[in-house]
Ligand binder design. Sequence first.
Ligand code: TH1
Length: 801
Amino acid sequence: MKLTTAQFKTDFLAEIKTLYATDLSDTSAFGQFVALGHLLRRYDGPNWTRTSERYRQDDVKQVYYFSIEFLPGRLLKSNLLNLGLMQPVRQGLQELGLDLENISAAEPDPGLGNGGLGRLAACYMDSMASLGLAGNGNGIRYRYGLFKQVFMNGYQVELPDDWLRNGDVWEIRRENKACLVRFGGNVWMTPQADGSLKPTYEHTDDVLAVPYDTGMVGDHNGVTNTLRLWSAELPPSADQTYYSQAQRDRIDEITKVLYPDDSNSAGQALRLRQEYFFSSAGVQSILRHYSLRHHGVRELGQKIAIHINDTHPTLVIPELMRLLMDDHHCSWDVAWELTREVMSYTNHTIMQEALETWPIDMFKGLLPRLYQIVVEIDRHYRADKTPIFGEALVNRTAPLGNGQVRMAYLAVIGSHSVNGVAPLHTELLKTDVLRDLYAVYPERFNNKTNGIATRRWVQIANEPLAALIDQKLGTEWRHEPSQLKLLGAYATEPAFLKQLTAVKTKNKQALAKYIQSELGLTLRTDAIFDVQIKRLHAYKRQLLHVFEIIREYLAIKEHPAQVEPPRVHIFGAKAAPSYHYAKSIIKLINALADLVNHDPDIGDRLKVAFIPNYGVSLGELIIPAADVSEQISTASKEASGTSNMKLMANGALSLATRDGANIDIIQAAGEANEYPFGLSAKAVYGYYERGDYHAADFYQADPELKRVLDTLIDGTIPGVSTEGREIYDSLLRYNDEFFVLADYESYIQQQRQISHDFQDQRQWQQKALANIAAAGVFSADLAVARYADDIWQMPHTPLKA
Ligand code: TH1
């Protein structure tokens, strides 16, 4: 959109007057942010209306992306960027004596997700709009996002994230589009004259689902799609129904908090209620919208795609069956055919503890009509497949088994497509986690490697780098990230490599400034910034990184004359509040940081910064400043990873196991430009099969490793006698579930190599450049285009691959 600086200033000042009945000097940064938000909504309003109208008029196919988590990050700058208003707005604010960065920092960052899964959903929303694809998000408007993390005496303490306290400028409450979601009670099916069955409900707990819509602005294309998040409220009590406080609380509870478990299933009735709540409300609103333009449901499969982001929204399958049969009078066979045509499912993990199952009794009590339908799905599956695959396999794979509703199996059986999120992960789905279902439905399985929104992770987060790229390539790469590969041509241009160093230094200064103010820690920006940012989980092996720090610490203490380049180890990680072991590792890192950062023998040669409350906004600050990207999960465990892609795109070199998308990153950028190490997935499976992993052998065989491990229990690190012992025991007494000790040596070797290589800055920057140039492959635009082509069968703006 076209906007002059002068016009913007006039509009902005008028907005301030309208909203606050006062003038600019009397407003806070937050107040200015709200005014700017209102103004942007007004600017974008016609796009949003036009987009919906065009989709309706052209009767285009729509995709609905169901996810229990969305982590959109702050929207102010991303909306400015995509609307093409960054320049006039920044300039105009400056002329008014204001600073865009300052105003942007006042925006609350909605933490409606745990990590990669929720952030992926948000990147995909951005890409759908940017591709002009009729894509809609469907999720939960949590009153409280993921907890705010603070450290007290080195321990994680969780505080509520009251992100809605001052309202949300971007959302529109659409009370006219609310619908009722039913829980509990009893249901009877009564035969009708036409042979169909009609349900009668009794004693149900009804909840009103109210949608809040947020515009998802496309990249300079006039498209604004919708992210719809549902809030649970009391139903309108026209009949003066009395609600007890307990009933009110039960309704309130549904959308009150996000479950803080990552890669872990939360086996609680409340979680099941949340899942049904947004699945049912979403499917109801889809059908209602569809029915405005269509008679009957014959064309449903041509007009609608529903995507199930991990198993949490799987109940869309029986819910669509319910609505098709009970409200739209379809037969079972017709409803089932349509349902499978519409549904597709992405699996995001092979971790056993993340595979959701619900006790049948709980499920039946909470969702009696849905339970009848799941029983029918189960019966049909068994009847169809037993003659072909035999009873044993069918028992292992049916939706109902061992007294449980098995969500992943239901998702596979009820969809036409099942995808993993990186080639290795998809392979493991086929050969291990979902092997039996792969035998039944081989044609359904496919891979869709994850991608990231380069708009946010490079253009917004790293403006200095984006500007430098513009100098070389012009601006086309901003809309076609695959063009980044053209940067390869500058690998031998010393002046350019120097500029790249200058950009990195600038970003390191910005991060150092934040760390100084938050942690009181002074950093050298010529140090190696070695970054690990992700959820705290045993399989992600922050512990391996800790061992490197201990090794470096001991090396400086014991051989002070030996000079290695200075290092800063930077962590960002939240642990699930109930995950005891992960919290012990947080305490260990903080205790180690205390020791290292205050030891006069160490000085500025080694620092450890554990930045509290890691999230999207902190990611935008940390990622551009990283030299080394730690991607060190046990091979086979990390389905994809996406911080690996963000760090790569910002010129960090990966220190990585051959796991998830690391494998593809190493291949894309070239082995010589990364630091791969460790057991392969095959080697890990080899240990499982033979059962011959003995962690203690590694401890005994390597005196350096023994020395490092012993610091956990010998008092070297003050204040962690309990945690140190617990962690030590997990490795040596309980045989190191995630092969930390097996990978220690090759990890350390690559760390040494990094220290060596970093000293040749020219060569280091060449490697950084190779990473940036190869990162275009991992653009979310390309990933979403592949979903649209292969799974959703939807038209979109063609992309140059
Ligand atoms: C993550 C995966 O661990 C990560 O490897 C992947 O890059 C990301 O999803 C996006 O595909 C997952 N997050 C969750 C969260 C829950 C349950 C399972 C997973 S897998 C709650």
